[in-house]
Design a protein. Structure first.
Length: 401
């Protein structure tokens, strides 16, 4: 079935689009055939891994594009996208009572800023144009981002500018986001890049994104989004992004209650907050960067016939989840050697949180969710995190060097 929102083709049995989270069928109470229950208030399904690009848009119709690019590149990149779009799991899913969702407010230097329910930001705009170098690609991404700021909260724009300046991200769009929440997210980003400096430069964008009252996802990490479609050349500019759904990030009071409920039911690690959900997404991002380093892929900002083979190998592994499982297994073996534990592999992962042992719609474990939840746990709790989280993050850090 084709999603009427993003155009991705899904298995006919899917209830939600594996690319964008859009509901494909109407269910009063949806339950995935795995450990995580859609009826559970504040249920992660970070549609990141196994469709790790959350929302691949439909390409614009452009005859020149298809004529110019060699057929092998088109076929290969299409396979990459379809693999990623058929397996994504980096989205946060939450059940909600629509009547509870209200606008938030933000204190900005003594004044009150009313947070709207939607944003003016359009983070998925695409362009038909030829760009062949890294500098031009980053400049175009930055231009697309900054040109959308005219209606944004000026105090929040100051936060965006600091992030752009300090952390080598080309596009930051929080715009109407609650000011205090934007500050907290800036703190998460600072923590990430100060503690993992080798991970700088791979994420191109972090942005709010309009959702609807029927959406169930909170946020997602997406490594592949075609930002430009070449006209006469064969180079695609790719954006690697983290997206924050306005349905939740613009309704802070409700969001806080939902997260508290998730903590109380041990679905998320202890002390999880609204802004720490961004740390979870960065856990996916760090895992992806570590995989890039393992596969000796320096960048996926520009995709062409020069590097499509390496990108194909990377995304194949990414889609299957074998790299993530191997990373966790290394951590598990380290833990066993230190403690002589009789704890099984899945029990080891499950000691982190309920979502750390999430499964996809086919009943397969989403191993990268274990990594993201381990990172989430360590971000929140430091040395008081679950031992499994600590061991996994140690291995993750070693692979980022």
């Amino acid at each position: 079935m084709q999603c009427n929102k993003c155009g991705t083709f899904n298995d006919p049995n899917n209830k939600f689009c594996l690319s964008c989270g859009n509901q494909l069928y109407q269910y009063n109470n949806y339950t995935y055939n795995n450990n995580f229950n859609g009826n559970y208030n504040n249920n992660y399904n970070y549609n990141n891994y196994n469709n790790q690009m959350y929302n691949i848009p439909k390409k614009n119709s452009n005859i020149g594009f298809y004529i110019t690019i060699c057929s092998i590149l088109i076929c290969t990149l299409t396979v990459i996208i379809m693999m990623v779009a058929s397996n994504n799991n980096s989205t946060v899913f939450i059940s909600h009572d629509n009547n509870e969702i209200t606008n938030g407010t933000s204190s900005n230097g003594g004044s009150t800023y009313n947070t709207p329910s939607t944003t003016s930001i359009q983070p998925e705009r695409t362009y038909d144009m030829d760009i062949n170098d890294v500098s031009s690609a980053k400049n175009k991404i930055r231009e697309d981002s900054t040109n959308q700021r005219s209606k944004c909260n000026k105090k929040v724009v100051e936060i965006e500018d600091r992030i752009l300046k300090n952390y080598n991200i080309s596009g930051v769009n929080f715009c109407e986001l609650n000011y205090d929440l934007a500050l907290e997210i800036e703190g998460v980003i600072k923590y990430i890049y100060n503690n993992y400096p080798n991970a700088r430069g791979y994420l191109t964008n972090i942005s709010v994104k309009n959702g609807s009252i029927n959406d169930s996802y909170i946020a997602y990490f997406r490594p592949v989004f075609y930002f430009t479609n070449p006209v006469n050349g064969n180079v695609i500019v790719n954006k690697t992004t983290i997206m924050l759904n306005t349905t939740y990030f613009f309704n802070v009071s409700y969001f806080e209650r939902a997260m508290n409920n998730a903590v109380n039911t041990k679905h998320f690690p202890k002390n999880a907050t609204t802004y720490s959900s961004v740390a979870h997404e960065y856990g996916h991002y760090l895992s992806f960067v570590s995989m890039m380093k393992t596969y000796n892929v320096d960048s996926i900002l520009l995709i062409s016939d020069d590097n499509y083979s390496d990108v194909y190998k990377l995304m194949t592994s990414f889609s299957k989840g074998d790299y993530s499982k191997d990373l966790i297994m290394e951590a598990y073996n380290n833990y066993k050697s230190k403690t002589n534990t009789t704890m099984g592999f899945d029990e080891f992962r499950g000691s982190i949180s309920g979502y750390a042992v999430a499964k996809d719609d086919n009943g397969n474990y989403i191993y990268d969710e274990t990594i993201a939840e381990a990172f989430h746990d360590c971000y929140l709790n430091g040395n008081n995190a679950a031992p499994a989280s600590i061991e996994i993050v140690k291995v993750l850090g070693s692979r980022l060097n």
